[in-house]
Write a protein that binds this ligand. Structure first.
Ligand SMILES: Nc1nc2c(ncn2[C@@H]2O[C@H](COP(=O)(O)OP(=O)(O)OP(=O)(O)O)[C@@H](O)[C@H]2O)c(=O)[nH]1
Ligand SMILES: [Mg+2]
Length: 378
């Protein structure tokens, strides 16, 4: 069951898909309008009773909120409804925990979970601090316990970070080796479920896990892609498939997945894959742009790949298979493809060849000529 404002239909749909990805089955949804969330229950008590009745009627075993709940609201709701209550952030964390396969992925998820937990404790802690008398008496056992928990969590965060730094260092060594090989690095980015892995497989004839789920991919896979038409002897580029983005990606996750997301920051070119058959693709493009900014990849050149053209209705088929699309005031090349039927893939390859050739040309120019006269080369 989910809760949100009526005009956030798409967001509720996405919450449902997230729930399914986590192995839950949505049985009912309920929305409510409120000027401000209730401090104790998030919703009003009348609405809470309504949720309870609906849950009983549908046999729901868990309640999901699309919005973030404070620890107090979560506890109060669980008490009021007699069922476990979770929010979107927790759901995403749960999915990441289920999906993580590599050592690095597991460490990243663990770090995100610990960070989430630690913010909750901080809030609960300040909540207790404000009370004098009552349950959280100053210096009482509850307070000591929280301080103990805090210290343990801080310790775990520190340890997990250190382990991650080690793994990251290995990754960076690999990256440096790649740079030495003078490879052109292409990264697939895009909203979750846009078809990145399917496109990756179609381009490099690999078999990365693709599924109609959110966050099917958590770990980065990289393969060489040979472009016969690039230059006299052809050239190979390295193509990486990586984790998908989603609106309001929990902040701890961005931080924890920095190493994985770094793949995009270090790329020479981003193939920004868009699910063109999803009516909400403009919002999804915007969300992806926001994450790219956050990880410092906003200035990496992009090619927009409008995927799933095989699913477009007759009235919505593109006028031209290749054009440009305005992205934050910049005209970006756009190609329409279907990763599933391979339609448009030759055009996409041609786009890659163009980018690689341009890059080679730029690199072929002797360095001093690249420097404007008024600047001193260092
Ligand atoms: N009809 C159609 N379906 C596609 C196409 N490309 C991908 N799909 C489907 O879309 C779903 C998601 O594809 P994935 O390749 O797993 O998407 P992704 O972007 O890698 O998703 P995450 O790893 O979860 O972020 C799968 O069910 C694919 O079969 C396409 O061109 N046409
Ligand atoms: Mg994928």
């Amino acid at each position: 069951m989910d809760l949100g404002l009526p005009h956030f239909d798409a967001e509720l749909e996405e919450l449902g898909l997230l729930a399914q990805t986590a192995g839950l089955e949505p049985v009912a949804r309920i929305t409510c309008k409120r000027r401000a969330p209730d401090a104790a229950l998030f919703v009003g008590s009348g609405k809470a009773d309504e949720i309870k009745a609906l849950a009983e009627q549908t046999g729901a075993t868990e309640i999901l909120f699309d919005q973030s709940l404070s620890p107090a609201q979560q506890r109060n709701l669980e008490r009021h409804l007699g069922l476990p209550v979770n929010d979107r952030t927790l759901l995403i964390l749960e999915i990441f925990a289920q999906r993580a396969r590599s050592h690095e992925g597991k460490l990243q998820v663990e770090l995100a979970r610990l960070q989430y937990l630690s913010t909750r404790l901080v809030r609960r802690w300040s909540h207790l601090e404000r009370q004098t008398g009552g349950a959280g008496v100053r210096g009482g056992p509850g307070e000591k316990q929280i301080e103990l928990d805090r210290r343990m969590i801080d310790e775990s965060i520190k340890r997990t970070r250190e382990r991650l730094v080690k793994v990251k260092r290995q990754r960076q060594t690999q990256r440096r080796q790649r740079e030495r090989r003078d490879t052109f690095n292409v990264s697939l980015v895009g909203y979750t479920n846009a078809g990145k892995s399917t496109l990756f497989n179609a381009l490099v004839k690999a078999r990365a896990y693709a599924a109609n789920q959110l966050f099917a991919t958590l770990d980065t896979t990289t393969r060489q892609l040979y472009l016969a038409d690039a230059g006299e002897s052809g050239r190979s580029v390295s193509l990486s498939d990586t984790v998908g983005f989603i609106r309001d990606l929990p902040h701890g996750l961005i931080d924890a997945f920095q190493a994985t997301l770094q793949e995009a920051t270090d790329a020479d070119l981003l193939l920004h894959v868009v699910d063109a058959a999803n009516p909400h693709y403009p919002e999804q493009i915007e969300q992806v742009q926001r994450v790219l900014e956050e990880i410092g990849a906003a200035n990496v050149p992009q090619v927009l790949v409008f995927n799933k053209v095989d699913m477009l209705d007759a009235g919505h088929t593109p006028a031209a298979p290749r054009d440009t699309f305005e992205l934050e005031g910049v005209q970006v090349p756009r190609v329409f493809v279907s990763a599933q039927t391979s339609a448009g893939l030759p055009l996409l390859r041609a786009e890659l060849v163009r980018a690689v050739t341009q890059d080679s040309a730029a690199k072929a120019v002797p360095a001093p000529e690249n420097v404007p006269a008024h600047e001193t080369p260092v």
